[in-house]
Design a protein around this ligand. Structure first.
Ligand code: PLP
Length: 421
């Protein structure tokens, strides 16, 4: 089936009411038929609902639909994009291990890897996403994952996914790709060798800035990479916290199973059924919206490129952009999503331009139908010093735009007047 059909139908089997819309199951818990039924559910002899911290019928539709869109085997919805990233990492690594991360990451992922994980005893080592050849020297026996974004926020680079995943496969290491900005409509990282994808569904999936959520997706056949792999004893030895279960020995996708049974159970950053329902609505139009976001962003980028006050425009859909070839290779029809950034001379100039826009909202979000303007150096990346800012591609004069679905004529007119103030 085509993506647009999957996005509308997949994962939903109508219940006795035959509702066309997926129902919102607002229920904390589910009644067992009898004690044997309860015991069977807990021991995984039978699969079914137990408690909404572990699973929920509305969330289940969202997970199945998203997994199929991404070309994966199974998915786990979470309370936010950050919790899906944390679960993906915590499912792979523990105290004493290290992870290898791209330097060009979303600000929250940078503070998670550079600071919070350190407090949990997990070391993060960084590489330039434009130089995958830096990765190999960082790998040792304790390396558990390579983590990067397919389309980076806010530096707007496109990762050479095949080059990175080839290095990871050579060493039997898992790759985790944050595919938030590209979405499965434009890019499906599993087709290029990735193992796990994570998303902030707070962005394009909801599409109108309605809710916070995240999702983690496992590729098909990941069990073969995990089984007997000495890097990942947690998938090959009995889990004493879950009746001695060996995750690679049960016929269920092991990565999401362990994330659900241990991390979701014990940490509980679960998607609310109402939010899952909102994300299901968002998926129905995701493919139409991503095409339109990409068309608008390209036109805006072309305008900015021609403006004398703009030193540089970062948008992979521009032929002049150093990421253009990768955008053509990894994104459907080279469509490059709605995120672009441009550089002006100084922090002062950037501030003036941002304040002068009227149609763009000054918000730290992306992926809304309403256009958004941000100044990363004073907001999302405020914790970083000037050297760190430059290293992750965020100079002080950088302005980021999440191009929405308004008329492109109006969007260009507003940015034009702001540049001329
Ligand atoms: N990943 C990327 C690429 C993001 O842009 C964001 C948020 O902006 C996140 C992850 C975190 O997502 P959330 O805000 O849903 O926790």
């Amino acid at each position: 089936m085509d993506l647009q059909t999957i996005a509308i139908h997949s994962g939903y089997e109508k219940d006795s009411q035959r509702t066309m819309a997926v129902p919102i199951y607002m229920s904390t818990a589910y009644e067992f038929r009898d004690v044997e039924h309860a015991a069977n559910l807990f021991s995984l002899k039978e699969l079914g609902n137990i408690y909404t911290r572990l699973n929920n019928p509305t969330t289940d539709v969202f997970e199945k639909r998203f997994a199929e869109l991404e070309g994966g085997e199974a998915a786990l919805a979470t309370a936010s994009g950050m919790s899906s990233i944390f679960y993906a990492i915590a499912n792979s690594a523990e105290a004493g291990d290290n992870i290898i991360c791209a330097r060009q990451l979303y600000g929250g992922s940078l503070t998670l890897s550079g600071h919070t994980l350190k407090r949990f005893g997990i070391e993060s080592r960084f590489f330039n996403v434009k130089k995958p050849q830096e990765i190999e020297a960082l790998i040792d026996d304790k390396t558990k994952i390579i983590f990067f974004e397919s389309l980076t926020n806010p530096s707007i680079d496109v990762a050479d996914i095949e080059a990175i995943t080839a290095i990871a496969h050579k060493h039997g290491i898992l790759t985790i790709v944050d595919n938030t900005v590209a979405t499965p409509v434009l890019c499906r990282p599993f087709e290029f060798g990735a193992d796990i994808s994570v998303h902030s569904t707070s962005k394009y999936t909801t599409g109108q800035g309605l809710a916070i959520g995240g999702i983690l997706v496992e590729r098909k056949g990941l069990v073969n990479k995990l089984k007997s792999n000495p890097r990942y004893p947690q998938f090959n030895e009995p889990d004493s916290s879950y009746h001695g279960l060996v995750y690679c020995d049960v016929p269920l996708p092991p990565f999401t199973l362990r994330a659900r049974l241990s991390l979701l159970r014990d940490i509980g950053a679960v998607s609310s059924p109402f939010n899952s329902w909102l994300f299901i609505q968002g998926l129905e139009t995701l493919s139409l919206r991503m095409k339109e976001h990409s068309v608008n962003a390209l036109k805006l980028a072309e305008f900015l490129e021609s403006h004398p006050k703009v030193n540089k425009v970062n948008y992979p859909g521009l032929k002049s952009n150093s990421n253009y070839e990768y955008a053509q290779k990894y994104f459907d029809d080279g469509a490059s999503s709605g995120l672009l950034s441009f550089e002006v001379n100084s922090l002062e100039e950037a501030t003036k331009i941002v304040d002068a826009t009227q149609l763009y909202s000054l918000v730290v979000n992306i992926g809304d139908s309403k256009s958004i303007i941000t100044h990363p150096a004073s907001t999302t990346h405020q914790q970083l010093n000037e050297v760190e800012l430059d290293a992750c591609g965020v100079p002080a004069g950088l302005i980021r735009i999440s191009c929405g679905l308004e008329s492109i004529k109006d969007l260009i007119a507003d940015i034009k007047q702001a540049l001329e103030v």
